[in-house]
Design a protein around this ligand. Structure first.
Ligand code: NDP
Ligand code: HSE
Length: 434
């Protein structure tokens, strides 16, 4: 008789593990109707199997020992949802050696150790599904791999960290303090175990590493990603940005420029009229431009138990179909090109917002603009707010396109001027030249 059952084991019964289990249990008949396959949740491993997770699972499903499912010959797919590098990596590699397919949401692990994991999976003829590792419930991995397979990818711009977008939105719309907004994101289960990953751009860089690899067929090169988080953004910058017609978002950018792949994560000012600037709260969005399709955009919840569980279960189903029908699954690893160049951040060109802390006295603007001019940085507009004769005031300057290296050199010089009292803050600006 033909087989119609696929057994699944989950390691990690936390936020995403619970969402995944809930979807598998509650939507099992829907999935069966659509695929003809019974997906059986055979085991769930977690260190704490006493805590109430708000769903009922049969007692014999729970175990404290991840090896109980990694070494269970009946289990076809091991789902790693515990996070972190070790022992998650060891569990995954052991499962692969045991010829089990793997599904994971662990972008930190994939971005830093993924090349080894994918090679091992290939050697063992098993799949690694990672739809949930980028942009929560948005099926962006499938988009890049299947939907846009006919395109050379021109650029990818993403808001791909729900926690930092949630914080920036709360600070912008409700004037909530940074720390309060972060606490709320943690309470809602959006933040990483170490929330500095979210607010320092690390999580976004992990995800961008994965997107760049798919978009440009390059290895996973986390260490090449330039990253800056949102911790230096103040309520004042958000207000100035708003006055100038912009929103501040933590943007992940990968694109081809000058024959090299750019990979960068930093707060970015985006014009209010751009669709991506309207992506608020925990929502993520990824803009992908292909040479054939042109501009496309994908939007949805980027974190949380059920949205992420939706992506995890999609991978389970994809792999299950392969197991049952001996089809080639679409979640396999990417064949990487060895012929690529990574663009250095200092060569990147952008427009900039500068907030100088300048003494309120005659001649200061000309000193600052003189240095900017020496570095070929041309000013688009200037705002100075308030008066504090003898004290310092924020002086905001928007520039036309300039090279990062010139900007860093100019700021170094400006910050040494006696009329500048504090370090200059700068934010890169996207949008068309005025
Ligand atoms: P949680 O901390 O909520 O859940 C992880 C669970 O794994 C915890 O219950 C933890 O137990 C358990 N665990 C830790 N070590 C072991 C072990 N050795 N064996 C068995 N279980 C173990 O994390 P999340 O669900 O939020 O995240 C899981 C993964 O999904 C991470 O890689 C994360 O980056 C990723 N992710 C998370 C999203 C989200 O919205 N939260 C969205 C997309 C991806 P204990 O608490 O007792 O330590
Ligand atoms: N901490 C991550 C976020 C979870 O806030 O986006 C989803 O990957």
């Amino acid at each position: 008789m033909a087989r119609d059952k696929v057994s699944v084991g989950i390691i990690g019964f936390g936020t995403v593990g619970t969402g995944t289990a809930r979807i598998m249990l509650e939507n099992s008949s829907l999935i069966k109707k659509r695929t003809g396959i019974d997906f059986v949740l055979k085991r769930i491993a977690d260190l704490d199997i006493k805590r109430d997770r708000g769903i009922n699972v049969p007692e014999n499903v729970l175990t404290t020992d991840a090896n109980a499912l990694i070494n269970d010959p009946d289990i076809d797919i091991v789902v790693e949802l515990m996070g972190g590098i070790r022992p998650a990596k060891d569990f995954i590699l052991q499962a692969i050696k045991n010829k089990k397919h793997v599904v994971t949401a662990n972008k930190a692990l994939l971005a830093t150790e993924g090349n080894e994991i994918f090679a091992e999976a290939e050697n063992n003829g098993v799949e690694v599904g990672f739809e949930a590792s980028v942009a929560g419930g948005i099926p962006i991995i499938k988009v890049l791999r299947e939907g846009l397979v006919a395109n050379n990818i021109v650029a990818v711009y993403g808001i791909i960290n729900g926690t930092s977008n949630y914080i920036l939105t709360k600070m912008t719309d409700e004037k909530v303090e940074f720390s309060e907004a972060l606490k709320e994101a943690q309470r809602l289960g959006y933040a990483e175990a170490d929330p500095t990953f979210d607010i320092e751009g690390i999580d976004t860089a992990h995800k961008l590493t994965i997107l760049s690899s798919l978009a440009y067929g390059i290895p996973l090169l986390y260490n090449e990603v330039y990253k800056e988080g949102i911790t230096n953004i103040t309520a004042q910058d958000i207000e100035f940005a708003s006055e100038l017609g912009y929103k501040i978002k933590l943007l992940a950018i990968t694109k081809l420029s000058d024959g090299g792949v750019e990979m960068r994560v930093h707060p970015t000012m985006i014009p209010n009229e751009y669709l991506i600037s309207k992506v608020d709260g925990v929502f993520n969005a990824v803009y992908v431009e292909g040479d054939a399709v042109g501009a496309t955009m994908y939007y949805g919840r980027g974190a949380g138990d059920m949205p992420t569980g939706s992506a995890v279960v999609a991978d389970i189903v994809d792999i299950g179909k392969k197991i049952i029908r001996s089809q080639k699954s679409e979640v396999r690893s990417q064949k990487e090109s060895s012929d690529f160049k990574i663009r250095k951040m200092e060569d990147v060109e952008s427009k900039y917002y500068f907030r100088f802390s300048a003494m309120d006295q005659p001649g200061v603007l000309s000193k600052i603009s003189g240095i900017l001019g020496n570095y070929n940085i041309s000013i688009a507009s200037v705002i100075q707010k308030g008066r504090r004769i003898g004290g310092s005031v924020p002086l905001v300057v928007l520039t036309h396109g300039a090279r990062e290296k010139d900007v860093l050199n100019a700021i170094r010089e400006i910050d040494n001027l006696p009329v500048v009292s504090d370090k200059t803050l700068f934010i890169r600006v996207e949008g068309k030249e005025e």
